[in-house]
Write a protein that binds this ligand. Structure first.
Ligand SMILES: Cc1cc2nc3c(=O)[nH]c(=O)nc-3n(C[C@H](O)[C@H](O)[C@H](O)COP(=O)(O)OP(=O)(O)OC[C@H]3O[C@@H](n4cnc5c(N)ncnc54)[C@H](O)[C@@H]3O)c2cc1C
Length: 604
């Protein structure tokens, strides 16, 4: 490794380290940092969606699976399906940030297309690009990258959902050792109705872990499909059961090694999770834009409803969570991209580099999946409310957006599973010595018993108090999670409600910090005056984060600490969640809402 690479590596943040290492505004990537090439890609994706997908929104509600398939083929012709695929396999070979921005802007019009796109480019294609042999990649990836073929991912079974490694589908080696015979039932398989290839997970003999296979769809080879599932939303996304009855799969179609399937499934899901978060962003922007357009036109009590404080509050909150989501998604995407680049500079193959780069930030991927999938739900819900009765009508765009949003909390690992994973992975990283939590946690414990400083802090610099507050929220996490680890050790995983509360604290810290760092970076380069609304959004997000952290930490503390220990921790919590200067929330909201109203769209 060259000294230059070594130095770069030292400066790079590790996954989960945001909690204990201060990140500077100039070190985060923001949507305002898009290169010219990325901006062009964004424009061309938006143009495609506005021309081909958004006008057909109603048609997507009519279970028109063919429409989704046709548009996926068009997306393939435009190169959008192969953005992250290396050029040697007929992809565009672009970086992780560009991959994120494509999934972001292509997904805003309807969850049906978004799901088909995500299932194909993510979990349908990635297992081959990440784990395939050269022959497998040459044979299948170009077809998938160009949209000649479509992919799906068959992991879930009727008896194996969150417990994905418990599947009963069997793979039996033939006597001549040439093929495996796969038998079993898969459920909820996106793109099943029009795919040419499936990534199928099955168990060989009594192996502890499942194995992945590339299976070409051929009804003559023992593969049959159930009817299309009747679903709450994503009506034109094909979701079916898939039955395998002694389906013959050549041995050379095994992915990675025997028993590696669970690892493949989990790593594909890491990428899937951050991309799913990205896929929820443009839907929020569009919901806000539709909401404010209506609110500016709709007159009640002789006043456009956008002028009412009640509506302003909604617009401001919706814009704020979209802003925080964007900030956090692109921050993490760039961190992943930088890690991948370093791995490549160290001599790693594209495959290894991408795998390890994403795996490093698996904690952030889970955080983002949970946060942004819940934001889109709230955003579409408030979108309906702004439109009143019209919002409830299927003729308005909010109704389907609200139904479509609901799935994001369930697939790619439910939000409960992802919450618990985020904290569990962080603790594991600390145990392995990859992130030093023990040192900072001990310092917090000392601080709790020490005498607090009574100095008057200098808050004159932009975000000085907010950044101090973020540092204090990190102490809350270390205090609560640190004590819980000490108390319960490995049995902590049995204390799910405590893990969930800790995850909420972790999520709020990452999201609030990302919004602040983006607004600070923009204020520094474009001038504070021009960034008033962005600054207000960062402050508003933090205000809510502090409240939520307070509530969740209290829940944790009273559940496991008693007597003096409890009193001491509650006092610490009070100190760590105390503003010296409370922000004027109504003023912040009005400032943000006025900008949204004036521009008649999500303007950031
Ligand atoms: C529209 C749609 C498309 C999908 N597409 C695909 C696809 O393309 N490929 C594929 O393989 N799968 C797909 N899935 C399946 C999806 O990934 C699963 O539904 C999901 O992982 C949850 O599994 P489950 O439905 O069996 O729920 P369960 O695992 O039974 O969970 C039910 C509830 O229990 C909770 N729970 C479960 N285990 C625990 C635990 N240990 N601790 C605490 N709480 C727990 C869950 O959080 C959830 O709230 C899709 C599902 C849908 C609905």
């Amino acid at each position: 490794m060259s000294t230059e690479t070594e130095n770069k590596k030292k400066d790079l943040i590790r996954g989960g380290q945001f909690l204990v290492k201060e990140t500077k505004a100039e070190d985060v990537f923001t949507p305002e940092d898009f290169t010219e090439e990325q901006q062009m890609m964004k424009d061309s994706v938006k143009e495609f969606v506005d021309r081909e997908i958004w006008p057909k929104k109603e048609e997507f509600e009519k279970k028109n699976y063919k429409l989704t398939e046709d548009l996926m083929r068009q997306a393939g012709e435009m190169g959008f399906l192969g953005v992250s695929v290396p050029e040697e396999y007929e992809g565009l070979g672009m970086g992780f940030v560009t991959t994120m921005l494509v999934v972001d802007y292509i997904s805003g019009a309807t969850g049906s297309f978004s799901t088909a796109f995500g299932a194909h480019t993510g979990i349908g294609t990635l297992p081959i690009t990440l784990y395939g042999t050269e022959e497998q990649k040459k044979k299948y990836v170009p077809k998938l990258a160009t949209g000649e073929w479509f992919g799906s991912y068959a992991l879930t079974e009727p008896g194996a959902g969150s417990d994905a490694n418990s599947g009963k589908t069997k793979a039996v080696l033939s006597e001549d050792g040439k093929y495996y015979s796969i038998t079993g039932q898969k459920m909820w398989i996106s793109n099943a109705g029009f795919c040419n290839l499936m990534i199928v997970f099955a168990r060989i003999e009594d192996d502890k872990n499942i194995t992945g296979f590339i299976v070409e769809y051929d009804p003559e080879n023992g593969i049959s499909l159930g009817e299309e599932e009747k679903k709450l939303g994503i009506h034109s996304s094909s979701t079916r059961q898939v039955f395998f009855n002694e389906t013959k799969v050549p041995v050379e179609n095994m992915l990675a090694g025997r028993g590696d399937g669970f690892k493949i499934a989990m790593n594909a899901l890491n990428v899937g999770r951050i991309k799913l978060a990205g896929a929820c962003l443009d839907a929020q922007r569009r919901t806000i834009t539709e909401g404010v357009k209506y609110a500016n036109e709709r007159v009640q009590f002789k006043t456009p409803i956008a002028q009412f404080g009640a509506i302003k509050s909604k617009l401001a909150e919706m814009a704020t969570s979209a802003y925080a989501g964007e900030s956090a998604c692109y921050r993490a995407a760039k961190d992943i991209e930088s890690r991948i680049e370093i791995r490549k500079e160290e001599g790693g193959s594209h495959q290894e580099a991408e795998l390890k780069g994403v795996e490093e930030f698996a904690i952030e991927c889970s955080i983002l999946k949970v946060a942004v999938s819940e934001d889109i739900q709230n955003c579409t819900d408030e979108g309906i409310q702004i439109l009143g009765g019209m919002g409830f009508s299927a003729d308005a765009p909010m109704e389907s957006a609200w139904r479509d949003a609901r799935i994001a909390r369930i697939y790619e690992g439910t939000n409960e599973i992802n919450r618990m994973l985020s904290v569990g992975m962080l603790i594991k990283k600390a145990m392995k010595g990859h992130v030093d939590l023990l040192g900072p946690a001990t310092k917090v414990a000392d601080e709790l018993t020490g005498i607090p400083s009574f100095d008057t802090p200098d808050y004159s610099a932009l975000f000085a108090e907010e950044k101090e507050m973020i540092a204090k929220l990190k102490k809350v996490f270390l205090m609560v999670a640190g004590s819980a680890v000490q108390k319960f050790g490995p049995q902590l995983e049995d204390h799910q409600q405590l893990l969930l509360a800790s995850a909420d604290i972790l999520i709020e810290i990452y999201m609030a910090e990302s919004a602040i760092l983006r607004a600070e970076k923009n204020a520094k380069r474009f001038g504070e005056e021009s960034q008033q609304e962005q600054i207000a959004m960062a402050k508003l997000y933090l205000y809510h984060a502090v409240d939520l952290v307070n509530q969740k930490a209290k829940e944790g503390i009273v559940s496991f600490a008693e007597g003096d220990e409890q009193r001491m921790m509650l006092m610490g919590l009070k100190r760590f969640t105390k503003y010296n200067n409370q922000p004027n929330v109504v003023k912040l909201r009005n400032l943000i809402a006025d900008k949204v109203i004036e521009e008649n769209k999500y303007p950031f």
